[in-house]
Design a protein around this ligand. Structure first.
Ligand SMILES: [Zn+2]
Ligand SMILES: [Zn+2]
Length: 370
C-alpha cells in the first residue's frame, strides 16, 4: 500500500502547504480521501515530480475507484467536481464512487421519501452538509448527463456514538431519482475493505479505515519436488488438500496480513468513535491524524473540535496503531518539528507529514519518502 499525502494545511494554504487530499494505492485500485481545492493540480504536479525523480510510485488516475470524504468543510471537498470533470476529459469510462458522511436524520428522510431532493431544512443541517454539496455538484455537471462515466453517489449516516461497522448508507441516483440502502461498501470500492469510524467535529464527520487484503503464503514447490511427489499430488497440496501424510500446511509459508491505514479527517481529540473503534479487533498499521494545534492552544482545539499533536498521539496509543503521521496544521504552525516533539512524548513512531510525502506501508514496515 502506498499513501500519497497531497495537502497538510488546515482551512487555507499556508507556508507552502496545501489543503487536504490523499491518494491510497492498493493492489485492487486507488482510493482518494478528501479532495480540497486545487486537488487535480496537485496530483498533476506531484506525478510530474515523481517522474523526474524516477520514483517507483505514481498516482494513476485511471486506477481510482472511490473518493471518500471525511466531512463537508470546503478545504476537504472543493476540489471534487473539477477533478471529476478532468477524469471525464481524460477519457474515463469506468464508474466512480463518491462516499460522504451526513446525519442519520438526512439519510432516513431521503430513504423514506425515496427522493434525492427531499426537503431537509427542518432537520437543521449545516450549510456545508454533503447532502447539499451532492445536489450542487449534480446541478453543476456531476452526473452521467455531463460526464462520460457513471458516478455512484453514497451518503453515510454518522454520529459519534454509532456502533462501529453498523452502516446506515444510501446510494442515490439523481437522474433516475432513486434512493436505495446499501449494506456493503465493498461493492463500490472494487472490493477494497473500508470502514467509516464516526468522529466529532463541528459538522457530521467520519474517519476512514482502509485495509489491503491478506496475502496467502507462498507455495514451496521445491520442497514438494524434493519429496518426490507426483504432479497431481503437488496440485492437490497447492489447492490446500493434504496428500497421505503430507500436510498442505507444511508446503506454504504463513499468511501475510495486509496493511491498513486509518485517516482521521478533522476531529476533536476526545471522541467516542475512537474509543469504540479501539474495542474492535481491527488492526491499524498507520494512523494519519489531524494535529491542528500545539498543546498551548488546547483551548482552541476544544472550541473548534480539532486535535492537538498530543491528542493525536493518544489516539494512536488507544487504537494500538503501529505508526502515527500527523497532518492538517494550523497556519500559526510554521515548523512542524515542535508538533512532532510533542506527539513523541506520548508515542514513539511519529512523522509530521509534508505535502507530497509518499508512504510505502506493509503490515510490519513503513518507509517515508519526503
Ligand atoms: Zn479541515
Ligand atoms: Zn473541518
Amino acid at each position: 500500500m502506498q499513501i500519497h499525502i497531497l495537502g497538510t494545511s488546515s482551512s487555507k494554504p499556508a507556508h507552502g502547504r496545501s489543503v487536504s487530499g490523499s491518494v491510497i494505492n492498493t493492489e485492487k485500485g486507488a482510493i482518494i480521501v478528501d479532495c480540497g481545492e486545487g486537488f487535480q493540480e496537485r496530483i498533476y504536479t506531484h506525478n510530474k515530480d515523481l517522474k523526474e525523480k524516477k520514483s517507483l510510485f505514481r498516482v494513476k488516475t485511471g486506477k481510482i475507484c472511490t473518493i471518500l470524504l471525511t466531512h463537508g468543510h470546503l478545504d476537504h471537498t472543493w476540489g471534487l467536481l473539477p477533478f471529476l470533470k478532468t477524469l471525464s476529459l481524460e477519457g474515463r469510462d469506468k464508474p466512480l464512487t463518491i462516499i460522504a458522511p451526513t446525519t442519520h436524520e438526512i439519510i432516513n428522510r431521503l430513504f423514506e421519501t425515496k427522493n434525492p431532493f427531499a426537503e431537509i431544512s427542518d432537520l437543521e443541517p449545516s450549510n456545508v452538509d454533503l447532502c447539499f454539496q451532492f445536489r450542487f455538484w449534480w446541478s453543476l455537471g456531476g452526473t452521467r448527463e455531463f460526464l462520460d462515466f457513471e458516478t455512484n453517489w453514497i451518503l453515510v449516516g454518522t454520529n459519534e456514538n454509532d456502533e462501529i461497522g453498523k452502516t446506515n448508507a444510501i446510494l442515490i441516483d439523481p437522474l433516475g431519482k432513486s434512493v436505495e440502502k446499501i449494506d456493503d461498501f465493498k461493492d463500490y470500492t472494487n472490493g477494497i475493505e473500508i470502514l467509516n469510524i464516526p468522529t466529532l467535529h463541528t459538522v457530521p464527520s467520519c474517519a476512514w479505515w482502509i485495509k489491503e487484503d491478506d496475502k496467502k503464503g507462498k507455495f514451496n514447490s521445491e520442497l514438494a519436488e524434493k519429496n518426490n511427489l507426483t504432479k497431481e499430488e503437488i496440485q492437490l497440496l497447492a489447492k490446500g488438500e493434504s496428500v497421505g501424510n503430507h500436510s498442505h500446511l507444511d508446503y506454504r509459508s504463513s499468511e501475510q496480513t495486509g496493511p491498513s491505514v486509518l485517516i482521521s479527517g478533522d476531529t476533536s481529540g476526545e471522541n467516542n468513535g475512537f474509543i469504540n473503534f479501539s474495542k474492535t479487533e481491527k488492526e491499524t498499521s498507520l494512523l494519519i491524524h489531524e494535529a491542528t494545534f500545539m498543546e498551548e492552544n488546547l483551548d482552541k482545539a476544544e472550541k473548534y473540535l480539532h486535535s492537538t499533536a498530543i491528542q493525536a498521539a493518544n489516539h494512536a496509543k488507544l487504537i494500538k496503531a503501529k505508526h502515527l503521521i500527523i497532518t492538517h496544521y494550523s497556519s500559526r504552525i510554521k515548523d512542524t518539528k515542535y508538533l512532532k516533539d510533542e506527539a513523541q512524548k506520548e508515542f514513539d513512531s511519529v512523522h509530521a507529514a509534508s505535502d507530497k510525502d509518499v508512504i510505502n506501508l506493509t503490515s510490519n514496515s513503513i518507509e517515508i519518502n519526503s
